[in-house]
Design a protein around this ligand. Structure first.
Ligand SMILES: Cc1cc2nc3c(=O)[nH]c(=O)nc-3n(C[C@H](O)[C@H](O)[C@H](O)COP(=O)(O)OP(=O)(O)OC[C@H]3O[C@@H](n4cnc5c(N)ncnc54)[C@H](O)[C@@H]3O)c2cc1C
Length: 389
């Protein structure tokens, strides 16, 4: 294992691997990624991996748009499959959110996103299995879909390796060495790797890791459950991704006549080492009831199990993409708040630009600093369903 590296990346989820690939593309190939477990073993492998572009802010909508292009052309841009499947994304809101939705759709169209407000009768053509009610409003994105988070992460890792980067799994970082006011090394139990740059991309473990160097970040890992339902042959063969703000539900199809629907936990702050990784039957029942209300033909669907993962939320449900003030060479890409996968190609690119050029060039990320929370410059979502940040 190299004892020196130009940059050490801590965490082998989609963000860490994507950042390492983008650094290598920019010519920084002497990098080392340290992963405590195996690649994609954190939030990434638990993701529903939905790719939609409906957001409340230009920065996230732009990232989602440009990232979708990477997912669609992953073979050429990175190498290997992304598993992108185009399903369309149908957003459903109630009367209180109609203006928010219309404003978001107008903003998204200005950015070049293929989206439109649609009527209930349009919905009955686009997605005849979806039940609608008086007072609801709808937006549809035909290009949206889902991808395979494991393939994307390992695709980035393989491409980074081909460009000369090094990855070591099974290597938990124990601390970051700071001398004076700058990063000098990253330490594991058995190795000291000299480096001037450390990038923390450790998902829900980031708060405790950064605390070891006195950096306090406002992260609140929340448990989120993914419930698998098998649609029987007599019910529907497919459906678009449904973002149901009225019921606080999202559901996406998967191969083998499966639907993956989500359900929240109890909102407690979770420990990534000890949280309950299975699903709760009361949440399964509640989610199933909501889904059947929206897609009545799902009533004969069969529960096939599920899993839980962690949304690493920040107070405004936007990530922190920053260099840490007061410690030269320390960067963080954290707090993806349950919607980072769809943004990951642009986040990884922007982080590589921040590290090599001092700022996000392709996309301005200057509003996503850590200090925004202390300065009262938090981002705002137009919806109560904050994951639509
Ligand atoms: C249930 C669920 C559903 C989701 N659905 C969607 C969705 O539909 N669409 C979407 O866009 N996003 C979704 N997300 C969010 C998305 O998956 C995450 O934002 C994204 O995967 C975060 O990636 P990451 O690399 O930052 O974190 P992680 O994947 O958690 O990676 C962090 C890595 O760091 C490693 N690590 C931690 N500490 C150390 C250490 N000390 N030393 C070395 N390595 C360390 C961990 O083992 C882990 O592999 C969902 C998330 C969950 C949990």
């Amino acid at each position: 294992m190299a004892a020196t590296a130009d940059t050490v990346i801590i965490g082998g989820g989609v963000m860490g691997c994507g950042i390492q690939f983008n650094l290598a593309k920019r010519g920084m190939t002497s990098t080392l990624l340290l992963e405590r477990d195996v690649l994609a073993s954190g939030s990434t492998s638990r993701s529903q991996a939905i790719l939609r572009m409906h957001y409340s802010n230009e920065v996230t909508a732009t990232m989602a748009l440009k990232s979708l292009d990477v997912f669609r052309n992953f073979e050429d841009v990175v190498g290997g499959p992304s598993g992108y499947v185009q399903t369309g994304y149908l957003l459903i809101v109630g009367p209180d959110d109609q203006k928010a939705m219309a404003d978001n759709v107008a903003m998204q169209k200005r950015l070049g996103i293929d989206t439109d407000e649609v009527s209930a009768s349009d919905v009955s053509e686009i997605a005849p299995m979806v039940a609608t009610s008086e007072g609801e409003a709808f937006a549809y994105e035909p290009q949206s879909g889902y991808a395979d988070a494991y393939s994307v992460t390992t695709g980035y890792a393989a491409a980074a390796r081909r460009l000369g980067a090094t990855i070591r799994a099974g290597s938990p970082v124990t601390s970051i060495e700071i001398t004076g006011n700058r990063v000098t090394a990253v330490l594991t139990a058995d190795t000291r790797v000299e480096t001037p740059i450390a990038v923390v991309a450790a998902g829900p473990w980031s708060e405790s890791l950064l605390a070891t160097v006195g950096v306090d970040v406002p992260l609140h890992p929340l448990r989120q459950q993914v419930i698998m339902l098998h649609r029987s042959g007599d019910s529907i063969s497919n459906h678009p991704i449904i973002g149901d703000v009225v019921q606080d539900l999202s559901a996406r199809p998967d191969v083998g006549n499966l639907t993956l629907a989500d359900g929240a936990g109890d909102g407690s702050k979770e420990d990534p080492d000890t949280y309950n990784q299975s699903v709760d039957m009361p949440v399964v029942e509640k989610t199933f009831t909501k889904l059947v209300a929206r897609v009545p033909a799902m009533e004969d669907a069969v529960f096939q199990g599920g899993w839980s993962g962690l949304f690493t939320t920040t107070p405004d449900w936007h990530p922190i993409l920053d260099r840490v003030e007061g410690i030269d060479g320390l960067y963080c890409a954290i707090g993806f708040s349950g919607h980072g996968f769809k943004l990951s190609p642009m986040i990884a690119l922007a982080m590589s630009e921040l590290i090599t050029e001092g700022k996000g060039v392709t996309i301005d990320i200057s509003m996503l600093t850590l200090k925004r929370f202390a300065e009262g410059k938090q981002m705002r979502s137009r919806y109560a369903m904050q994951v639509l940040a």
